[in-house]
Every structure is written in C-alpha cells, then in structure tokens.
Design a protein around this ligand. Structure first.
Ligand SMILES: [Ca+2]
Length: 153
C-alpha cells in the first residue's frame, strides 16, 4: 500500500517542471493583458491628461505612414517635398537622388503653413545636379497624441 502511494507522488523534478509551467502560463496571461487593444486606448485617454506642452512633444502613437513626394527632374536648383497627411506629424525623412552627381544642399522637416508654425508637416530638400537627373523627398509620418485627443473627445 505504501509503495503504491509513493508511486503516485510526483518526483521533485516533476514538481519543479509544474511550477515552471504555471509561472510561464501566468506570464503569458500577464503579457496578453498588457498589450490588449482596448487597454491601449484607455492608456491613450490617460495620456490625454498631459499638459499642453507635454502633448506637443508626444508623437508616434500608432502606425507610421511613409510618404514619397513627386520625383522631380532637375534642370537647376530644385526643392522637393513629401507632405504628411493632415492627421500626422513628420518623425523623419530624407531625399533619394538618381545619381551621385546630384548635390543635396538642404534636407529638413517642413512646415506647410498651418496654425502651429512648427516644422512638423513633411520633409523638404533642396538639390541641384546635371539636367535629367532626379530627386524625390521621403517623409516618415505618425499620428500625434494631440490629434488622437481631438478625434476621441
Ligand atoms: Ca506645422
């Protein structure tokens, strides 16, 4: 009888394995709760209680949008731009040229002349090069917390 009971008892290694399994499952449940979409939205609302200054410094909540400006054939010094959609702010950008002989004089974020006068609306580059070569601006844009706040209120 005693041997029979002993045979049904889990070995110490089995006990450790079960504890590890329970810990792993608990960890998965915790991670699933943390990245839940509804919870993310709730956190966004909480972030909406930030000061106005803090809101303006917050960008990149959500998916990035990649914008390519028109490809411009060079005849002299030209400006090329890529403009973010209205609800997005630029987080980065650059210029693509067709040849090493194209000179990039400037490459920077641009302001489209909206209300804020902040260079957050796209990317602009000033280039020059041999006739026939081309340049195209690219911008990486993201929705800002400020816009999420306006849409959800
Ligand atoms: Ca602006």
């Amino acid at each position: 009888m005693r041997e029979r009971l002993r045979a049904g008892r889990p070995s110490p290694a089995m006990v450790v394995a079960i504890i590890a399994l329970v810990a792993a499952l608990a960890g998965t449940g915790y991670a699933a709760t943390k990245i839940n979409g509804g919870r993310l939205l709730a956190e966004t609302v909480k972030l909406g209680k930030l000061t106005e200054g803090a809101k303006n410094k917050t960008v990149g909540i959500g998916k990035a949008t990649y914008v390519q400006g028109d490809t411009k054939e060079l005849t002299s010094t030209e400006n090329v731009t890529a403009t973010c959609p209205v609800t997005r702010h630029v987080t980065g950008g650059g210029v693509k040229t067709s040849a090493d002989t194209v000179v990039v004089h400037q490459s920077h974020p641009l302001d489209s002349g909206d209300d804020d006068s902040i260079q957050d609306d796209g990317w602009k580059a000033t280039v020059s090069g041999p006739a026939g070569e081309t340049a195209q601006a690219h911008a990486v844009c993201a929705p800002s917390l400020k816009f999420k706040q306006i849409i959800e209120d």
